[in-house]
Design a protein around this ligand. Sequence first.
Ligand code: FEO
Ligand code: CA
Ligand code: CA
Length: 673
Amino acid sequence: MASPASPIPLSRSEAYEESQNVGINPSDNATIAEVIRRRYGRRDVLRGLLAGTAVAGLGGTGLSVALPASDAQAQVASRFTFTEISHGVDRTHHVAPGYDADILIRWGDAVMADAPNFDPQHQTAAAQMKQFGYNNDFIGYLPLPFGSQSADRGLLFINHEYTSEEVMFPGIGRQEAKDKLFKDMTRPLVEIEMAAHGASIIEIQKNADGKWAVVNGSRYARRIDAGTTAMELTGPAAGHARLRTKADPTGRSVIGMLNNCAGGMTPWGTVLTAEENFHGYFWGKLDAGHSEARNHKRYEVPGNWYNWGQHFDRFDIAKEPNEANRFGWLVEIDPYDLQSVPKKRTALGRCKHEGAAVVVNGDGRVVLYSGDDERFEYVYRFVSAGRYNASDRRTNSGLLDEGTLSVAKYNADGSVDWLPLIFGQGPLTAANGFNSQADVMIETRRAADLLGATKMDRPEDIEANPATGKVYVMLTNNTRRKDDQRDATNTRAANEWGQVLEMIPPGGDHAAPRASWSLLVQGGNPADAKTGAKFHPSTTRNGWFACPDNAAVDPQGRLWITTDQGEAWQKASGTADGVWALETEGPNRGLGKMFFRVPVGAEMCGPCFTPDGRTLFVAVQHPATDGGEGFTRSGKGSTFEDPATRWPDFQPAMPPRPSVVVITKRDGGIIGS
Ligand code: FEO
Ligand code: CA
Ligand code: CA
């Protein structure tokens, strides 16, 4: 018999608002807005001196948000030659002329060869565990055979971030509201949710007609989920008492991963997948004075987004206070090895991780950048102790277990200091409740607070460009920034639009203690002065965007941005989310161009190129769910019975289905060229 429902202080949407839109960082550290203001000064910004073209050197003053010094420079040809599509919103997807955008795999399609046919009216956990999961986010392409650069056969690793019960299950609507309190979320439905989380690994190949297809019966096919997949905790926190539970007295073995959002690839052919909003899966109340109270509060545990704790004790913090400490990690998975156990790498810190950008530094050390996606949270960097060896794959994976995690402090002079999170150094001592490196990793946020890191506008995906050594950080928005935290333009106090930050390691040394930074663009409509948006002046009415979330660097070294405006799409831009190409170098720097658009209510995730640059995979997440109220042809929130769109099938009995879309050029050419 399930335990009675715990009191729910906030609905999921309210909790989301509290966590994502307010931010819970209690420290006094400077926000990025304050740093920008200090660096540029209000008067200079108002005069348009943000329009410098120079790349900021260490200590330099050039901020290269938008841009060119003369019309002549603006005439330089774009590196992206496709015909731009327009902003807009409707029930389907759109891609630039001359391209195909085909559905590769949808929620409910077979991953395992023996998966039953998808029947959304009668879904079961057993079926879901063999089928493609929900809300696809990160996509990683791994060539087959291993070690090749094959661009016509490979594996796709795809995250399934979360579930949307109102459009997944018939007859229940959205469940976390106070008047429902998950009353319809039975144990069988919760088990389906757990099975729909995690990841899918599929084999795909490009057939003679140039079209990609899933290989049925592939020996690599695998589902990873939240309810059954065993994972190992590694690194400095593994085995620590704070990671031990009744089910796992070793503190080294966890079932499942939660809310896996963006991710990254390693040079040795594994995937890093980021556990983001893990707090939402917990409910219950700690005993008064519990030793984990401060820690859980800093991560907003319990989040009460789901009622898993009603049916599974480990998600009730009153019954299993340490279980939440076993989530919020970067998870390394080897898609080439069906038997491999996913590894939660605790040396990389614990937060609401978004992406993971991995580079091999010039000296052979492995450097990993990751963001903590919540308002006023931080950007992190890990530098391995050991060195990469291209011929020793097994040892390479261990590189992520030993090294130094640092947090970014952005300075007004254009520099960024990487502050190491090392037990015993500075404030990270017993006096502040840290008794080991394990404590520092479990409470990464609080450690970073004490070091004086810079509070950012929701750091999401991070990507490094191997061609230039520059690193791009998607800062998605921060509508709750207060007046006294405004930047000098005075228009971005309530930053609905986000910005793209560029970091430049000195001499290409990603492990250096100090780098430089610059703003590439500030999102929003540049034609509306109130937004404070900054793009290249030649950017068209369709070339600007709001809320950068994911990014990819293509094999030609060009940057592509995807957006997630959430329920605020109508207010932030009026267009559905999509893919934009964005110039980063030369006189066109900051010039955006719209390439792909999602159906109403979806967000755009997972941009991923094949090694030849001729295929782009994108993930259309949660079609119909976000902001259906603002869609004139719908005007209300979506349900299974009445969604804002039934993309991609458009069949009367079929709900909308999160899907991976494969984009190719009809002439077989390179995407964007
Ligand atoms: Fe899952 Fe921060 O997006
Ligand atoms: Ca994201
Ligand atoms: Ca997102």
